[in-house]
Write a protein that binds this ligand. Sequence first.
Ligand code: GLC
Ligand code: CA
Length: 567
Amino acid sequence: MSEMKQERPWWKESVVYQIYPRSFMDGNGDGVGDLPGILSKLDYLKDLGIDVIWICPVYRSPNDDNGYDISDYCAIQEEFGTMEQFDELLQEAHRRGIRIIMDLVINHTSDEHPWFIESRSSKTSPKRDYYIWRTGRGDAEPNNWESIFGGSAWEYDDRTDEYYMHLFSVKQPDLNWDHPEVRTKLYEMINWWLDKGIDGFRVDAITHIKKLALLPDLPNPEKKRYVASWDGHRNREGILDYLRELYRETFAKYDIMTVGEANGVSIAQAEDYVGRHGVFNMIFQFEHMTIDHGPGGKWDYRADWKLSELKAILSAWQKGLEGRGWNALFLENHDVPRSVSRFADDGRYRIESAKMLATLFMLMQGTPYIYQGQEIGMTNVKFESEEQYRDVEIKNYFGEAGANGLEPQKALEAVYRQGRDNARTPMQWNDGLYAGFSSHEPWIQVNPNYPHIHVAGQLEDPGSILNYYKRLIRLRKDRSVCIDGSYDLLLPEDERVYAYTRTSSEEVLLVLCSFSQEPCKVQLPEHLLAVPAAELLLCNYDGDAEPLTAEGAVLRPYEARIYSIRS
Ligand code: GLC
Ligand code: CA
């Protein structure tokens, strides 16, 4: 049995911390976060108790999509530092027992990557087929697919009078995975990084690499200009051949962890992706991240999402992978709003809410991912004007909203809810200039709430969100039931309390999380209440929690409790 297939590999016991380097810490005072900045915060991360850092792309890039458009896979973006500084960071992290995984962006490159420059130069270029080129249909694009960032998924290039495909921005041309040489080159690059001693990858947008054969028009009953193109490229047949090859040629040879960004993979297919013979150790699934999307998609906010729906989604993944695979647990990342603003209360009960959400996701079965700032309860941001936003997706949205005659205020409100820049404002380290992130005006403005939400203050306050995260991480490590225990949902219909148990042969953990602004009563099943010795392990309120009795429990607003029940 290889290292990867052990029952208890290290990545099952790890807690991962995600760093968005532009916004984490600026080491050289130019307003942009960088590698020396990360290095200077390793002790902070060690103290938090995390085991692995996932760093979003730091490769050379013209930065159209903040580094997800790569022009040189084997170089570090100058703004972030040098390869020597990367090596030093890796070494210093390892010295502290922290592993580093990198972001691997292989669905597309930058249009400034030498492969693409060569590819676009002529129809007979040896690299022409590294990308996906097609002739138009008269004046129209080759098909009706829409880019994930809005507009057509095709860009016309007058040099050769053809269009190239870009599922994301125009500066992110899609690689042609059907071309064997493309795959070989990618594997060489991946092994180059693995030989350097990094500890794995978060694999970007991986379900999009295989496109529907012949690239047909998608059904368009609403007669739209372009059609949301998921069906054309998300997890299409044949993709597993490429993924298995990728695994064999690269990951399988190393003791690493891999997590695939796997939009569109269902639980039924999870075995192929994360099962015993799966390609990845775990995947990010996004069903719970679309719970507040309306029929019009992400910008069409759906206010009436229900807690019972969230329970159903998360529980289906918990049960679906039990004994078969492994979950990646997350409520935030750099592409989604801040969880405390989205799922709970970022006002009066922000502190209780942030701790409650931490309790909820960190004790499920899987490897938890904490996104920078989540551990201090950072919130969404509301910039006053469009100019303050930086994200390419948000900019495209403003452009389209304007063209479609949407009032600017309405467009702003949609961005307040769902915009990716909510998660990309600078990390709030202290209440000084620019929140201690930089000595220079940052590339994106600091959230104005930094004077009362910052790391320095929370380090000193025993009752802070940060210190609660530390306790939670320790609790997870001290109890094997957190890793091995089975998950069972209680009270599936309750719209105010999310309650579940984790059960092993030695112990039952009972987790209670209130999503209500009012005190609320939970009636627990008798077999849990009958046990005399339910020990309260952690609660997000100070002082004593009201005991569990035959009547159940009354939870305070956004209260969370963890009990241990030993039989
Ligand atoms: C992934 C990344 C996102 C990026 C996109 C294109 O979804 O998380 O930030 O824009 O891929 O690479
Ligand atoms: Ca810098």
